[in-house]
Design a protein around this ligand. Sequence first.
Ligand code: MG
Length: 348
Amino acid sequence: MSLLHADADCFFASVELQRRPELADRPVAVATHIVMSATYPARARGVRGAMPLRQALKLCPELVVLPPQADYQSAGEALMGLFWRFAVQVEPGSMEEAFIDPGDADPVATAAAIRAAARDELGLPVTVGVARTKLLAKLASRRAKPDGLLVITGTEEARLRATLTIDDLWGVGPTTANRLADAGVTRLTELEGYDEARLRSVVGTAMARRLLSIRDGTDDATVRQLGPRRTVSASRTAMRPSSRWADIQAHADGVIDLALQRLAESHDGQAVTHRIDVQVTYADRGQWSTERRLPTATRDRNVLRRHCREMITSSGVQAADRPVLLIMVAFRLTGVSGSRQQNALPLF
Ligand SMILES: [Mg+2]
């Protein structure tokens, strides 16, 4: 049994290149004054995400800089739709990566077909890892980047597990890694003498179980449905990040309307919400977020629009004088439970 981890390469930049194919071999970055996404020719010159643009241009003076303009959310939805055509189950990890259960189909042939379809139909390079468990499939896709396909077979799995370092395990944060390092553990094999009780005293119960399951090869190998849709959200990236209040309000109104439209379309028009989340990302990557609980659940557009606008107006965004890059509005749906998702391991 094998599963796939499919991950679009430099997603934001690749989406922008859909409209600028002539730039495919050039070093390209999607950036405001911070780099959001860099193509592999740019990465070869040292350009990285979250790097100040000025620094990126110093490393690579011929860098082609594109402002974030495309509709990334729609591109992500198209990608997930494509994954579903080759899958019996898809578990998204973000808007541009997912675990895929190919069912009875040959997993390697499925991986190749997904890569070809994503390139031909969407113009997106997608790297795919194939392995028995999620951790190994994700590790495979990470090692196969960019635009690659890597299969970890059963015989390779045992050998690979023995070489894993704690840093290779995603979802293990720096605090946990430091505690393990203090206990003399930087490689998975160094957990050899540990049982759960001993490891628990170092990293806590949940992480101890997770690490031991990885050591023993019993880590998660199931692609799960993330349950019924519990939230409806919309987000938009500003073409030109602005700190002008009128621009921010217009930007917010567009996002609010899109979220309201998605709410109206979900669950056959019967969805209601009792909680609103608003998140603002500044061009310098700083974030502000807030939530509001409503006294009664509703789907009334005017009521929800008023709440959303109030949340943004009463925030510090107006006075912050920082260019706003992205605004996200989410409605938590009432009466839709999704406990499986809540109980899932923090894999990302
Ligand atoms: Mg990616």
